[in-house]
Design a binder for this molecule. Structure first.
Ligand code: GRF
Length: 200
């Protein structure tokens, strides 16, 4: 399966996918990496893996709908079977979802529906939860509201900071994303009543 990965930052989740895809048996190939920000480490990781990249910035004055349609077009040229948002910090809009909804997944460093948004680990820590984790879900028009594909839990330690908790979550998140992408790429599946049915 052809996978396009969207990033905004360090790209450790992207790196996990690149490493997994190096095994021909993985069943998915990262055919391109897109970022909304130039010069991020994730782009260097794609370069090092010989994967084509593009940067699609949302300028302060740029029109959101035009940016969304532009992102759709730049992803479409790579003919993806699956789009993986891995630390991509922008919401995709109607034009993108019309083209890739239902086959775009995102990963979030919290156990949705708890703690959606930009600061999952911080909000979980502030709330005093004892278990946190990561969620991989199908992107829909909302913010972290899509159908949940899988989740992984991690314990919160008493001396955790936001950074230490997020790093622990990211370790679980990497495996979750690699496993889920593999399953989506190699098995047939469908969504019924917000539940994913993996055909045998
Ligand atoms: C991940 O935890 C992702 O869920 C969150 O930001 C982090 C991205 O990490 N949105 P990286 O850029 O893949 O290292």
């Amino acid at each position: 399966a052809r996978v396009v990965v969207l990033i905004s930052g360090t790209g450790t989740l992207l790196q996990a996918l690149l490493d997994a895809a190096a095994d021909p048996g993985y069943g998915a190939r990262v055919v391109a990496v897109g970022s909304d920000r130039p010069g991020v480490a994730g782009l260097d990781r794609a370069d090092a893996a010989g994967v084509p990249t593009f940067v699609h910035p949302l300028g302060p004055g740029s029109d959101r709908a035009a940016w969304d349609a532009g992102l759709r077009d730049r992803v479409a040229v790579h003919r993806p079977d699956l789009v993986v948002s891995a630390g991509f910090m922008k919401l995709v809009g109607p034009a993108f979802l019309e083209a890739f909804g239902g086959r775009t997944i995102n990963t979030h460093p919290a156990l949705l529906p708890a703690f959606p948004g930009m600061h999952g680990p911080r909000d979980a820590l502030a709330h005093g939860v004892k278990v946190a984790g990561a969620t991989v879900f199908l992107v829909d028009a909302g913010v972290d509201t899509g159908v949940i594909l899988d989740q992984a839990a991690v314990r919160v330690e008493d001396d955790d900071t936001v950074a230490s908790l997020h790093e622990r979550i990211k370790v679980a998140e990497r495996d979750l994303l690699v496993t889920t992408t593999h399953r989506l790429a190699t098995r047939s599946w469908q969504v019924v009543d917000r539940k994913v049915r993996w055909d045998p």
